[in-house]
Design a protein around this ligand. Structure first.
Ligand code: XMP
Length: 543
């Protein structure tokens, strides 16, 4: 095992991911972890931030990333000193293989991604320079005797194309880690971890949506504690055609999860009546979701109290996954970018990662900055009053890893590869007022669009596709009659990070076929248009 000590760097989780890609098992612990309390003996340590010098006396190989190994200039934001983006790194060959082995096989130059506000002022005693960049004299340093290395670029980022080789050199060659880790090992480990945390009686509650993350989180929970996990699906009346039934089938029937479906359709639609402002719509949906979730949670808690064979409901499952920092100071939370000043971002980061770890290791209640950021984008946050402790089995996984894990757990390909669907559902795709009539139009048109995309074999090439229904109407002819109907707006985008996106380039014949089918089969739609807007300036959703 390689231990990654997290000091609040935005990219700590990416280090884990890269190591896992190399087949190296690793664990991340908060920087507050006492060395004497380490639950395992690591083969080496990666530090993602400044560090307590005590760690250098452990005798283990160490790789420090970012600001490290000595006195650094205080972060007063000296712009001319900070270095961002791609830089050419000059690798120094000392002739001593022990010192040169971090960059073994790289050659004399390397394209790296730098992002630092402050830099090393002087070379620490007993260290030598192994790499430099135009702005950084000490872009890579190595201890002359011990296997201690420091780099001021980010080998864990994709922007450093050969970064994995550096991590490979460190973890496998220098630390001697065995690259035998596989996703199936994670399954057993995570199940054991959940069982140890939850104990033999306590119960867990969790909302599911049919999306990838909540489905995978629910599946692992079911495997770990069986029926002591209660999944709740809230039908908000703005889900897609047959979506509730599909969730019941995949999670309830196929995976045997203890699932309750709460029919909130009427309540949601009644509260949305007459509301046209997008933000108000989102807030109403968020609040209604919480009201119903809370009601259901209380019901399940009461039932649990009455049963002598099970303990109380103590935990709340969240399918939180790791997301990629776009650039320093900016984060995605559920694909959203939140720009924060650096000081806030560092505090947020370290609290976030600590909260995440504690949530699985010691279990803390659902508080802290991650929660706040999530609410922004989720359906309004989760009920504080329930006083449940948070449990997040996917917290260290990236989306593609969550999918691989889902495959391990037997979840169907179509569920795992599903396009994202927003919490507020079709309501933010029905421009203006959400009426039952327009929900129906949106469902039926969307179903045709997605079915045709699937049939054409291009579903996985498109990142997200849906049909929006305009507020405006246009005249058309259906049968022999003049119809004053709504306009269906097809949207299909391609993106790798959901931060920016471009419209998918459809085959003309296919898009014409889709248009004809919608016009023929969905009464009340008289026009079909294709949204050609990129993001930015547009967003993926309409509202
Ligand atoms: P935008 O519209 O901001 O969307 O370009 C980016 C991604 O986020 C999804 N999205 C949401 N997901 N709750 C969610 O769970 C929301 O309120 C929400 N709003 C947007 C959107 O579908 C896209 O994948």
């Amino acid at each position: 095992t390689i231990l990654v000590l997290d000091f609040g760097s935005q990219t700590s989780h990416l280090i884990l991911r890269r190591l896992r890609n190399l087949g190296v098992y690793c664990e991340m612990l908060a920087c507050t972890t006492k060395l004497k309390d380490l639950p395992f003996k690591p083969k080496g340590i990666i530090l993602s931030g400044d560090v307590d010098p005590e760690i250098f006396n452990l005798g283990l190989p160490i790789l420090g990333i970012w600001n490290l190994l000595g006195e650094s200039i205080p972060p007063t934001l000296p712009v001319e000193r900070s270095e961002y983006g791609h830089t050419e790194l000059k690798v120094h060959n000392s002739g001593d293989s022990k010192i040169d082995r971090l960059f073994e096989g790289i050659g004399s130059e390397m394209d790296v991604y730098m992002s630092h506000f402050d830099k090393l002022k002087k070379l620490p005693t007993d260290f030598c320079i192994i790499a430099t960049s135009a702005n950084s004299e000490f872009a890579g340093i190595a201890h002359k005797e011990k296997p201690i290395f420091g780099v001021q670029f980010h080998p864990e980022l994709e922007h450093t194309p050969r970064g994995s080789e550096i991590l490979h050199n460190f973890a496998i060659n220098i630390c001697g880690a065995n690259p035998a880790w596989k996703m199936e090992n994670f399954r057993a480990k995570e199940i054991a971890r959940i069982r140890a945390l939850v104990g033999p009686n306590d119960q867990v509650l969790g909302g599911v949506s049919g999306g990838v993350d909540s489905s995978v989180a629910a599946a692992v929970m079911k495997e770990a504690i069986g029926d002591r996990f209660h999944a709740i699906l809230i039908d908000n009346g703005v889900m897609r055609l047959n979506e509730c039934e599909q969730v019941k089938e995949t999670l309830g029937e196929h995976l045997g999860i203890n699932l309750t479906v709460v029919d909130g359709g009427e309540l949601f639609l009644s509260r949305l009546k007459g509301v046209t402002d997008p933000e108000k719509k989102r807030k109403i949906i968020g609040k209604t979701f919480i009201d119903l979730f809370q009601e259901e949670a209380i019901r399940i808690e009461k039932e649990a109290e009455a049963r002598p064979d099970v303990g109380p409901v103590k935990y709340l499952l969240q399918g939180t996954v790791c997301t990629t920092p776009a650039w320093p100071g900016c984060f995605y939370a559920d694909d959203k970018m939140i720009a924060l000043p650096r000081c806030v971002c560092l505090i947020w980061c370290s609290l976030w990662s600590q909260a995440n770890h504690l949530s699985s290791i010691e279990s803390v209640s659902y508080k802290g900055p991650a929660a706040t950021i999530k609410t922004h984008h989720n359906v309004g946050g989760l009920p504080d009053t329930l006083n449940l402790k948070l449990i997040e089995p996917l917290r260290e996984m990236f989306k593609d890893e969550v999918r691989a894990f889902g495959r391990e757990l037997g979840i169907h390909h179509d569920v795992l590869m599903r396009h994202p669907f927003p919490g507020p559902g079709l309501a933010i795709r029905i421009l203006g007022e959400v009426t039952p009539e327009r929900v129906e139009l949106s469902r039926r048109a969307d179903h045709i669009f997605i079915s045709e995309i699937r049939a054409a074999g291009i579903y996985d090439d498109i990142s997200q596709a849906y049909v929006a229904i305009s507020q405006d109407r246009a005249v058309g002819v259906q049968g022999d009659a003049r119809v004053y109907g709504f306009i269906a707006i097809l949207r299909a985008v391609v993106t790798s990070d959901f931060m920016s996106a471009t419209p998918y380039e459809f085959d003309w014949k296919l898009i014409k076929k889709i248009s004809t089918r919608i016009l023929n089969e969905v009464d009340g739609i008289t026009r079909v248009t294709y949204d050609m807007t990129s993001k930015p300036p547009g967003t993926i959703e309409m509202e």
